[in-house]
Design a protein around this ligand. Structure first.
Ligand code: FE
Length: 395
């Protein structure tokens, strides 16, 4: 083909609203597997409900439970083996990002048992799925938006490497956004996942791959997060419902426009320090205001458009960019998210010792390619140093 093809892909159907979990009873098929995580879906009764709706649809069901946070290659292979034996025509995944991500990979090895895991690491290199089953995703948190994205992250614990898998074949067929399920999130999870969603939308809007199709989704998502995240964090369930939709809009934008270096930095620091894991959304929330400042020389007009659309109080381009940074920092402060890595509790000696390796790893992250301003290991070292101490980004 002589033309440069750009693709925009979303699930075929999206059901949203309180109680829409019941849409499982309308699926047409013979057998369904349900993939879930550690037990919260069972504890809150959603697991039993999902199984009963699938039975009402006339389907034989099989449960794959116990998918751990940051799912392993072994968990994926275990689930795929269950699927090969059971031969489902529907794969239903429910929970936070992890069970849905794991189910996407299980689906691939169910349909293609002989595919090499290594070959899936090459982006957009998957075999053609949907030969045996279609895929439903039901998120219980309001942030990752894996229910509408072409991504899945699987961890190889033998090597300690996280593999981001990317292909439109693993974009789900159906997403069910039932806000009653998101009501179970505790406040810190609400804050972190919500700031992850905000980062998705802002990074997608300034991404080098943004398009007329992704821009409106990103802008609307940002405005909704500004309006609803803090009330949702405070326990307002009407706002929680709107956040569940906002994070999905952000997902629709970034699955097609990709992300930027906030995510590169979060990916390479999440498990880097001995003082403990930095939750993904928390890391994004800390880095985002610094990254906006770093990217501003290349993307000020785009950040200003965001600030103007969201009605932030400023008129000049520089003033609008600053207002956007201030808004993000203010939300962090309100929800008790640290503003620097030092405040998070990372030890200075360990930070300095690991800085150069982390910066180099972050440059090589899959999210770096679509960042609006180019990065070098040296620039990221400087940027990381600012996020540690809170110093101004002025380079
Ligand atoms: Fe994210």
């Amino acid at each position: 083909m002589g033309v440069f093809v750009v693709r925009f892909t979303l699930p075929r159907d999206l059901y949203y609203g309180k109680g829409t979990l019941e849409m499982l009873s309308t699926l047409k098929g013979k057998k369904a597997v349900l993939v879930v995580g550690g037990g919260s879906m069972k504890k809150f009764g959603f697991l039993d409900k999902a199984l009963s709706y699938l039975k009402k649809a006339g389907m034989e069901t099989r449960l794959i439970d116990g998918v751990e946070p940051d799912p392993s290659v072994e968990t994926v292979m275990r689930g795929a083996a269950v699927m090969r034996e059971f031969q489902p025509d529907w794969i239903v995944s429910m929970g936070g990002g992890s069970p849905i991500d794991a189910a996407k990979a299980m689906w691939t090895f169910y349909e293609y048992p002989d595919v090499a895991f290594e070959s899936l690491i090459t982006p957009f290199n998957f075999p053609e799925l949907r030969q045996k089953a279609k895929f439903v995703a039901i998120p219980s948190t309001s942030g990752t938006a894996t229910e509408v994205t072409a991504f899945s992250v699987i961890t190889d614990y033998a090597t300690g490497i996280k593999y981001p898998l990317a292909d439109f074949n693993i974009t789900p067929d159906i997403a069910i956004l039932d806000p009653l399920i998101a009501e179970t999130m505790p406040p810190s999870l609400t804050a972190y996942t919500g700031m992850d969603a905000l980062t998705h939308a802002i990074e997608a809007y300034v991404s080098t791959l943004h398009s007329p199709f992704t821009d409106p989704l990103a802008l609307k998502a940002i405005q909704m997060v500004f309006d609803y995240l803090v009330p949702s964090w405070k326990g307002d369930m009407a706002a929680r419902e709107q956040m569940h939709y906002a994070q999905c809009l952000a997902g629709m934008a970034f699955t097609n426009a990709l992300l930027g270096i906030t995510h590169s930095m979060a990916h390479k620091t999440g498990a880097a320090f001995s003082t403990g894991h930095i939750p993904h959304g928390c890391a994004n929330a800390i880095y985002l205001p610094f990254v906006i400042k770093y990217n501003a020389p290349a993307a000020a007009a785009r950040y200003a458009e965001i600030a103007r659309f969201a009605g932030l109080p400023a008129t000049s381009e520089a003033g609008l960019v600053q207002a956007l940074c201030d808004k993000v920092a203010c939300m962090n402060k309100t929800m008790n998210i640290p503003s620097t890595l030092a405040e998070f509790g990372i030890k200075e000696a360990e930070f300095k010792e690991k800085l150069s390796a982390i910066a180099k790893n972050a440059v090589g992250d899959a999210c770096t390619g679509s960042n609006p301003r180019p990065v070098t290991p040296d620039a990221l070292e400087k940027l990381f140093t600012c996020t540690y101490s809170g110093a101004q980004v002025d380079f």
